[in-house]
Design a protein around this ligand. Structure first.
Ligand code: BES
Ligand code: MN
Ligand code: ZN
Length: 481
């Protein structure tokens, strides 16, 4: 859907549009609703009573008023409602208005108890823009819907910011939803290069430069595919002196077959999502370029495809990583950590003060936390807290898991400095993977395992099935604009 959200200062009853939306909190008309009710001589409250409209969350009632329509939109109980309620309502509202076929509408800004106008405006606009997303690029006859939505009595700058952030999330979703035959590492690099239009500096290395740079762990993962790897760097430099340098690292496996440790088809079905970390990082860079925070942000993506062929890496291969540490490969399906090892080491060498890395790294993390919550691992309590608080503000769910030193010995190899998996027992796989990554920097590092929330096979509160864009909002909150 082609969707624009515009901020208006006036009340919902003062803005002419074919459809006006007002909230109903547990059976009670909102302030805007009461104004409209008065304008229509009590029609809305009569309808509420006669049809026993309770205003359960996302319950709707379309009321014709003669020349225009009013949509009563249920918001559930007012007590306990929060920003997520408003964001979720926005998403449902976008779908509902599109379904009804209106091309222009005005909605009041839903104010939950204790919610400021600014926060509510932001959450509602963001919800609408995320909820209106769909990916139709490969449909022969795509639905082509257009909607312009006015938000009455809303905060203009908050709506503008929501537009920037939601656009970045939807951009990440588009990258994830692209099929892997289209979005290979070269194509991903091309998409990254387009960000130069926003004033970002983008540098892309081909397979020769990657090999010459001695990124031996990353290179090994990539060598099985006819689609060559691309190492992608995107830099945002603020005007004036940067407060600090933040590195963002995203896992960019454009398709993960597992390699010779081949995945069964069932597990491979969603593996185009294995570049969701990269998508989140690129989405965040897009928003950061527009929001102009006072720190330097550098994104690193070691893009590759994990395939099988006569060139592919094997089980038992020993690789030399950029850090100098050697790694014995005991499972070619634990490829993400190999590519990330070199990307993290490189971010460190380039002078990052702290590193935040996002990856669809382990099925074990999904087993631990389910499909809605990302695992947060860190070697630095302060950076960990910063990221966790950013995620809370963003409405993205993350939960800390321990970097348990006692498990470190499971990564000892008899042949090399490390092995890439912990052998036959599969317990604690998300933690082991995090411990592996910790070997490649001593800088403050946060690892977010987003294997659960990055992709969904069913529609969710803020969008359809497919890539969710998880992580973009957290990163934007983290840079603090
Ligand atoms: N990309 C997968 C992890 C994954 C699983 C992402 C489910 C999204 C949903 C990763 O490369 C992988 O294959 N991990 C292995 C690790 C194992 C071999 C130690 C896994 O989770 O099974
Ligand atoms: Mn894998
Ligand atoms: Zn993977």
């Amino acid at each position: 859907m082609e969707l624009t959200v515009k901020s208006a200062r006036r009340y919902v009853d003062e803005i002419p549009a074919p459809l006006a939306v007002v909230g109903v909190w547990g059976g009670e008309l909102s302030e805007g609703g009461q104004k409209l009710d008065a304008k229509h001589r009590g029609l809305l409250s009569r309808m509420l009573d006669e049809l026993r409209f309770k205003g359960e969350f996302a319950e709707t009632l379309l009321v014709p008023t003669g020349e225009t329509f009013v949509l009563l939109f249920g918001l559930g109980k007012k007590r306990g409602a929060n920003l997520e309620t408003v964001r979720g309502a926005g998403a449902k509202l976008a779908a509902e208005i599109a379904h009804l076929g209106f091309r222009e509408a005005v909605s009041e800004t839903f104010l939950a108890d204790k919610l400021g106008k600014k926060e509510a405006s932001y959450a509602l606009a963001e919800g609408v823009l995320l909820g209106g997303y769909s990916f139709q690029k490969y449909k022969s006859s795509p639905e082509h819907k257009k909607l312009r939505l006015w938000l009455a009595r809303s905060n203009g700058p908050a709506v503008d910011r929501a537009e920037i952030v939601a656009e970045a999330v939807n951009y990440a979703r588009n990258l994830i939803n692209e099929p892997p035959n289209v979005l290979n590492p070269v194509a991903l690099a091309k998409r990254a290069q387009e960000l130069t239009a926003l004033g970002l500096k983008v540098e892309v290395w081909d397979e020769k430069k990657i090999q010459a740079a001695e990124m031996g762990a990353y290179y090994a993962v990539a060598q099985g595919s006819v689609n060559p790897p691309r190492f992608i760097q995107v830099v945002y430099t603020p005007q004036g002196k940067p407060q600090r340098v933040l590195a963002l690292v995203g896992k960019g496996i454009t398709f993960d077959t597992g390699g010779y440790s081949l995945k069964p088809n069932e597990s491979m079905l969603t593996m185009k999502c294995d570049m969701s970390g990269a998508a989140a990082v690129l989405g965040a860079m897009q928003a950061i370029a527009k929001l102009q925070p006072q720190l330097e942000v550098r994104a690193y993506i070691a893009a590759a495809e994990n395939m099988i062929s006569g060139h592919a890496y094997r089980v038992s291969d020993v690789l030399k990583s950029l850090s100098g540490k050697t790694i014995e490969v005991l499972n070619t399906d634990a490829e993400g950590r190999l590519t990330l090892a070199d990307a993290i080491a490189y971010a460190d060498q380039q002078g990052a003060d702290s590193i935040v890395e996002l990856s669809t790294l382990t099925g074990a993390c999904v087993t631990a936390l389910g499909e809605k919550v990302a695992g947060l691992f860190t070697n630095d309590a302060r950076l960990g807290r910063e990221v966790q608080e950013a995620a809370e503000r963003a409405g993205e769910k993350v939960w800390p898991l321990p970097m348990e030193d006692e498990y470190r010995e499971m990564l000892e190899s008899s042949t090399a400095d490390l092995k890439n998996v912990h052998g036959r027992n599969r317990y604690g796989g998300a933690i082991i993977a995090a411990l592996f990554l910790r070997e490649f920097t001593e800088k403050p590092l946060v690892h977010l395992d987003i294997a659960g929330p990055a992709y969904t096979e069913r529609p969710h509160a803020l969008g359809p099935a497919g890539g969710t864009g998880f992580g973009v909002k957290t990163l934007v909150e983290l840079v603090g604009v």
